[in-house]
Structures are given as structure tokens and as C-alpha cells.
Design a protein around this ligand. Structure first.
Ligand code: FMN
Length: 400
């Protein structure tokens, strides 16, 4: 493919025309459309996810709690991917507002994302943890926090009613699924249901409990592990080994997540049998991301070996950039209060340190592919990723 034809391919993909025209007998792009040598370029190897989600590119922008502005899903969905908004921290009224804002800008499919965690209270453990952090509270001159008497339920009937009324095309969950009656309610409202699995057992469980597609989240992933049937972070799998085993185990489409940051990795996900990808870290440097100056600097300076899996930031294992609290107390500690109370314990330290220009106590969530990040608008990045992946798949097909 020469430079001009490559640009034409990129433009066509950006316009969404190639992604829509694939499948069956029409799944090959002809040579004069895309390849100087007359070698056909094979488009997306399977259309399962495109058909299920009614999108042009099999790319889901990951919901990233506290890091996603409404402009991000607007841009990604408008570009033909699936834009997601993280709703775990929102009240029902805030959810209505944000969905109204997104719907005013795009009629394309939208994913709303929620957590399904159970916070286990243990007063003795919580007190012991505050004692463990006492020297930090003293050093920064802040009071140790008081844990709330009760924590907000992760996804209950009230929120479900609002979501069913708003009818997003897709609802995704992290840390399992809510109770069956709530899943049924969302399905009856026409929502496609997704959730993350970090093992084959979790993937099978999700399929048995009604998901329409499984997100196979490898250990490379930024943010929280979606693990919900295992509590053992040390045995979590990489994307390269998790995806094909999940593909073999379930009938629903599989979405690969974790360490995917460019077209090469998207092509690899298809080679493993995935029907699409979910990407988070790759979108963190987009102008539509809401990130602190500390996380921005860490991302810009990222190398391959700077992230670790740690539970000290929130109480659940998550991939973050190494910083002082992770190094000194973790990365994986025993005795951390249950999610999200681990974060409550650090909150006064984080606030004080950040006001002094330090990220020593911040949660700098990012994945192992952080160094591959590009500072592009989210829509442009989505189009570029799709074009790169199709080009890579074409190169691989020609090599055979
Ligand atoms: C900053 C950040 C925040 C995240 N927050 C959420 C979230 O709120 N809900 C969720 O389902 N996944 C969340 N994730 C995980 C993603 O869904 C996804 O599994 C992950 O980003 C994929 O790996 P990658 O970061 O290497 O692309 C988050 C990831 C990052 C990087």
C-alpha cells in the first residue's frame, strides 16, 4: 500500500464506511480500494460485537471512574466506537443530568457503567488500619478520617429504575453482576449487558447469569481488577492467555481488555478470537479525560515498568503508577479496609499532599501500556486505532 492509498484507507475507516460494509461475502476490501498490489485487505475478522452493539468500530472506550468527562463518550460514539460513562459515583439525579448532556450531542450507542461490590465491614480491622497510617497523618498534620457508619449500595433498585427509564443501549458492570431481577429489568428495557471477567470461571459465571458479552480483563489493565469470584491477585492472568481460554469457554462474544493501546494490539486481540476490545489507559491523555496534573505527568513520563498491582489505594487490587504509599505500605497489603474504605483512609493524606504539589498518596490509575499513550482527541484516536488495526490485519493477511 503506498502513502496515498494508506491515507484513503484511514479516511474511509474514520468515516466509518469500511467498518459497516464488512461481513460474509462482503468482508474483503477490494485491491483498488485499499491495496496497491491488488492484495485484498481483510476487514474485521468477525462482526459479532459490531452487530450486538450496533457500532462501526469494535472499540469500546473503557468507563474510567472520576476520569471521564461526558465529552469522551460523545466523541468516541460519534466516531463509531462505543463510548462509556462511569456511573458508580453518581446519584440518580446526577445520572439523569449526564445522560441528558450526552444524548443532546449524539444519538449513537452509549454504555453506562456501574460497580457491583459488597463492602464488608470489620471495625477492628478498620481501626487497626488507621493506626497503621497514623505516622502519615501526623507527618502531614491531618486528622485521621472517620469511616462512615454505612456505605452506599453499589447498584440497587433505585438506580436500576432510572437506568431502565433512560434506556442506554449498553450497561456494563465491574466486580460481577447485580442480582438477577435487576439484570432482567435492564434486559427488558432493551439494554445489552456486559461485565468483566478475570478468569475462565468468572467468564462462565457471567454467561450463566445473563451477560450478552464478556470483557476478558488481563492483568495488564489499568484501574481495578474486575475480579469477583477470586480474591487472589497473584494468580491473575495476562490478556494473551486469558482471552483465548475465555473464547473457548463461552458462547457469547468476548471483548479483550488490558494492555491494548494501538492497532497492533487490537489486531492481536482478533487473532486470539476476541470480537472487540475495551481500552482505558490509551484514552487517558485525551483532552476529554479528567485527570489530575500528577497523573498527566506520570503518563507523559511513563515507561514499561512503572505500574504495579496494589490494594492500598482503595481496598481492592488495582493497577496504578508506583508512588510513596504504594511502595511503603503495599503494593499488596493485608488488613486494608474493604473497598471503597481503603480510599476513605487515604483521603485526607491525598488532599493535603496534592495541595502541596505531591502525588505521594494519590491513586494514579493506569495500565502497563501507559507508555504507548497518545495525546489526541478521543474521536480522532478511535478512528486512528480502527485504521491502524485494519491496516495491521491486512499486513498479516498479505504475509500468509
Ligand atoms: C483510570 C482507570 C479507571 C477505570 N475505572 C473503571 C470503572 O470505573 N469501571 C470499569 O468497569 N472499569 C474501569 N477501569 C478498567 C477498564 O474497564 C479496563 O478494564 C482497562 O482500562 C483495560 O486496560 P487498559 O487500561 O490497559 O486499556 C478503569 C481503568 C482505568 C485505566
Amino acid at each position: 500500500m503506498d502513502g496515498i492509498e494508506r491515507r484513503e484507507l484511514v479516511k474511509a475507516v474514520a468515516a466509518g464506511t469500511i467498518g459497516l460494509s464488512i461481513g460474509g461475502a462482503q468482508s474483503l476490501l477490494t485491491a483498488n480500494q485499499a491495496c496497491a498490489q491488488g492484495t485484498p485487505i481483510r476487514a474485521w475478522p468477525n462482526k459479532q460485537l459490531l452487530d450486538l452493539l450496533k457500532i462501526n468500530h469494535p472499540i469500546i472506550q473503557a468507563p474510567m471512574g472520576f476520569h471521564t468527562s461526558p465529552d469522551m463518550p460523545i466523541a468516541v460514539s460519534s466516531a463509531g466506537g462505543l463510548g462509556s460513562f462511569p456511573c458508580a459515583p453518581l446519584t440518580p439525579a446526577q445520572l439523569r443530568d449526564v445522560v441528558a448532556k450526552i444524548r443532546a450531542q449524539t444519538t449513537k450507542p452509549l454504555n453506562l457503567n456501574f460497580f457491583c461490590h459488597l463492602t464488608q465491614r470489620d471495625a477492628e480491622l478498620e481501626t487497626a488500619w488507621l493506626k497503621r497510617l497514623a505516622s502519615y497523618y501526623a507527618e502531614l498534620g491531618v486528622s485521621s478520617p472517620v469511616f462512615p457508619a454505612s456505605t452506599r449500595p453499589s447498584f440497587g433498585a433505585e438506580m436500576c429504575d432510572v437506568v431502565a427509564e433512560l434506556r442506554p443501549e449498553v450497561v456494563s458492570f465491574h466486580f460481577g453482576l447485580p442480582e438477577k431481577s435487576l439484570v432482567d429489568r435492564l434486559k427488558a428495557a432493551g439494554c445489552v449487558i456486559l461485565s468483566s471477567a478475570t478468569t475462565v470461571t468468572e467468564a462462565r459465571w457471567l454467561e450463566e447469569h445473563g451477560v450478552d458479552a464478556v470483557i476478558a480483563q488481563g492483568i495488564e489493565a489499568g484501574g481495578h481488577r474486575g475480579m469477583f469470584l477470586t480474591t487472589e491477585p497473584a494468580s491473575q492472568l495476562g490478556t494473551l492467555v486469558l482471552v483465548p481460554q475465555v473464547v473457548d469457554a463461552v458462547k457469547v462474544p468476548v471483548i479483550a481488555a488490558g494492555g491494548i493501546a494501538d492497532g497492533r494490539a487490537i489486531a492481536a486481540a482478533f487473532a486470539l478470537g476476541a470480537s472487540g476490545v475495551q481500552m482505558g489507559t490509551a484514552y487517558l491523555l485525551c483532552p476529554e479525560a479528567r485527570i489530575s496534573p500528577h497523573l498527566r505527568s506520570a503518563l507523559r513520563a511513563a515507561k514499561d515498568n512503572l505500574t504495579v498491582l496494589s490494594n492500598v489505594i482503595s481496598g481492592r487490587p488495582a493497577r496504578v503508577f508506583m508512588n510513596r504509599i504504594v511502595r511503603e505500605v503495599g503494593p499488596l497489603a493485608t488488613g486494608v479496609p474493604s473497598f471503597p474504605l481503603g480510599g476513605t483512609a487515604l483521603e485526607p493524606l491525598r488532599t493535603k499532599a496534592e495541595s502541596q504539589g505531591s502525588a505521594d498518596f494519590s491513586g494514579l490509575y493506569a495500565g502497563q501500556a501507559a507508555a504507548l499513550g497518545r495525546e489526541l482527541p478521543a474521536g480522532e484516536l478511535t478512528s486512528k486505532l480502527a485504521a491502524e488495526a485494519l491496516e495491521r490485519l491486512g499486513e498479516l493477511a498479505r504475509a500468509c
